[in-house]
Design a protein around this ligand. Sequence first.
Ligand SMILES: *Cc1c(COP(=O)(O)O)cnc(C)c1O
Length: 234
Amino acid sequence: MTAADSMAQRLAAVQHRIRQACARAGRPEDSVALLPVSKTFDADAVREAHALGLTRFGENKTQEIRQKAAELESLALRWVMIGHLQTNKAKDVARDVAELQSLDRVELADALQARLASAERTLDVLVQVKTSPEPSKFGLAPEDLGDFLAHLAHACPALRVQGLMTMATNTDDEAAVRACFRRLRELRDAHRSDAVPLARLSMGMSGDFELAIAEGSTEVRIGSAIFGARHYDT
Ligand SMILES: *Cc1c(COP(=O)(O)O)cnc(C)c1O
């Protein structure tokens, strides 16, 4: 793939690689969902992706969701928040976001619960767990997961827990990356219950999604491999 390839070609290549990774893992070809990550790309890029059949988009800033949702209102897109969220942004999430994959602390859960209750709506959430040693990565400490899920079940009925999310350590060492993904699957197996089966495991990005699929990912979050290289001007 080169920069001259079209978005349609890049998307088809990613979908092909997902199917191949599923086959190698002995998993059904449709067992891994694709979440395109449109952060930093403009509304026109999202419109192009929508024309290719994509309807959910991952973003990491509520402000950016607000702007794109307004520009693309007629398309009825589902915005998925995947970035670190400040507690004072709970109101924006309750208004604009279909799903939150970065729920990582009690304070945020309680703030969302209050906002959602007054908006009389529910929100699908994934609990982000920190499986990598890097201090810069966000997420709940693995040893706190049991207490956190108990808190959600008891105090946050507006939050519908669908599963877990993680980001692997950022390294070329495939064994270290796989260990992060395996850790998330094992945590899921240890904490699932009939009431909260934690069916979804959101793990894998452009650089590591095949390893994530080998370890049981049900959803990969892909930005640059579909939209191209990101340019940050802030
Ligand atoms: C940006 C981002 C992605 C996508 O990253 P790519 O490497 O562009 O695929 C996935 N997950 C999270 C949480 C992100 O912030």
